[in-house]
Design a protein around this ligand. Structure first.
Ligand code: GAP
Length: 444
């Protein structure tokens, strides 16, 4: 993880938030390559969940919601972690994440000092809206994007004439006052989620639950993720969230071990039932194709962390490979084997020399490719070093412009994974890259 954190900073994927002030715990900033990668991961998920499904539509709800939302959802009452403090070293722990013998003996696992009693700590960030800081002005930063979907479910049925079963997808920020925020961007206080809520007829929920588990698994396969690094984990009765009848996590083998990547939850009619109760609005679905049968739909939720997906994609792509045997640093390369659809830069254009018109020729080629691809241009240093820089950024294709280009209009197309090089007429570059992306298969 240290290597990935350091590469992420060095190459402009992720920086510590407010670094010049010593950093802000639980928050991270996404640099030029990081925001491109994050947007592509979000784009891949959005395409999968909306464009490829005729009955799933998108939404972008506000982060600030009416405070009653969180009473209805159960978050005010139940969204808590058990917390203990060390009276001596002042360390703070989640009671369920320290050795249970230490907890029973009330002994700090770090310094041996006395621990406080376990108390419940609500993870929602609370603030005030408006000028008066009284109880009437309390508002929460949303701890999940899902509730914005539930409170809009009737709007969407009406505006888009949706019929059960149907889904609503959303990507957005969520906030949790996490007690433990280690392992880089794995668990943070400010993060992004990609959630899809699928509304189904009661009684069909188990079928849809298993269907969505299948689909979410297939999605990661399609992204080229190492499938032996993924596994399912079913929640036991003591792990189930207050709203869930059944829940499975997709776990990924991160450098620190197996950890949750995404959850698929059967939330039953809990959420819409509670919003009916708390808002006083009738949230029943009226099935016009079935004698106006009325019911509160069950909800199958797929809930993935976008920023956690980004960490997974970085870890999954990271590779160190020996490429020579000269006994120096150049023998090794660090390469990010991103799927070309996710890579922040798709193609880098490199003139062999700055002089003799090669730089201008390379710039012209870049201009032509820009419309279709995220490009980079680099004319600094030896060509081998430039390839390594692009490998480290995960750029799947490099185009080198040399003296032969001036003679016959061909360029060298270099592939990141195999490091193979082929000559291609520059007029055919855009189409060739497109077909290479379509046919892409991870080789390592
Ligand atoms: N709406 C259901 C829900 O929020 P969750 O299991 O609490 O369920 C879903 O969160 C996903 O959101 C997780 O699988 C994880 O990928 C991501 N996530 C949750 N808390 C996070 C945090 N503090 N930092 C980063 N990602 C987080």
């Amino acid at each position: 993880m240290e290597k990935i954190t350091s590469l992420a900073k060095r190459r402009g994927f992720v920086y510590q938030s407010s670094e010049i002030y010593g950093g802000q715990n639980g928050a991270w900033d996404y640099g030029p390559l990081g925001i491109e990668l994050k947007n592509r991961i979000a784009g891949a998920w959005w395409k999968e969940m909306t464009r490829l499904h005729d009955n799933i539509v998108g939404l972008d709800a506000a982060i600030l919601m009416h405070p009653r939302t969180w009473e209805a959802s159960g978050h005010v009452e139940n969204f808590t972690d058990p917390l203990v403090d060390c009276k001596k070293c002042k360390s703070r722990f989640r009671a369920d994440q320290i050795p249970q013998e230490a907890l029973a003996a009330k002994k700090c696992p770090d310094c041996g000092g006395e621990l406080t009693d376990t108390r419940k700590f609500n993870l929602m960030f609370k603030t005030h809206i408006g000028p008066a800081e009284d109880t009437a002005s309390i508002i929460y930063l949303r701890p999940e994007t899902a509730q914005g979907i539930y409170v809009n479910y009737k709007n969407i049925i009406q505006s888009n004439r949706m019929k059960v079963p149907f889904g609503i997808a959303q990507i957005g920020k969520a906030f949790r006052n996490e007690i433990v925020t280690k392992n880089f961007i794995f668990r943070t206080c400010e993060f992004e989620q990609m959630e899809m809520q699928y509304f189904v007829k009661p009684g069909t929920d188990e079928e849809w639950f298993s269907e969505w588990r299948k689909q979410r698994w297939a999605y990661y396969e399609k992204l080229g993720v190492k499938m032996d690094h993924l596994r399912w984990h079913q929640h036991g009765p003591d792990e189930l969230a207050h709203y869930a009848k059944d829940a499975y996590d997709i776990e990924y083998l991160f450098p620190m071990g197996w950890r949750e990547l995404e959850g698929v939850h059967n939330r039953t009619d809990y959420d819409l039932g509670r919003h009916t109760q708390f808002s006083g609005k009738d949230l029943q679905y009226i099935d016009q194709d079935n004698n106006n049968e009325r019911y509160i739909p069950y909800i199958i939720e797929t809930s993935a962390g976008l920023t956690r997906n980004l960490l997974m994609i970085l870890c999954d792509a990271y590779d160190e490979e020996q490429v020579a045997d000269k006994g120096n640093d150049d023998d090794w390369r660090t390469v990010l084997r991103f799927h070309p659809d996710l890579a922040p830069i798709t193609v880098a254009i490199l003139p062999l020399m700055k002089k003799d018109g090669l730089a201008e020729l390379a710039q012209d080629i870049r201009t032509e490719l820009k419309e279709d691809y995220a490009t980079d241009y680099d004319q600094a240093g030896a060509i081998g070093r430039r390839y390594r820089r692009q490998d480290e950024a995960g750029t799947p294709f490099c185009v080198t412009v040399d003296y032969q280009t001036k003679e016959d209009g061909t360029v060298t197309l270099r592939f990141r994974d195999s490091m193979e090089q082929v000559r291609v007429p520059k007029t055919e570059l855009a189409a060739r890259i497109r077909s290479e992306i379509k046919a892409y298969k991870r080789i390592k």
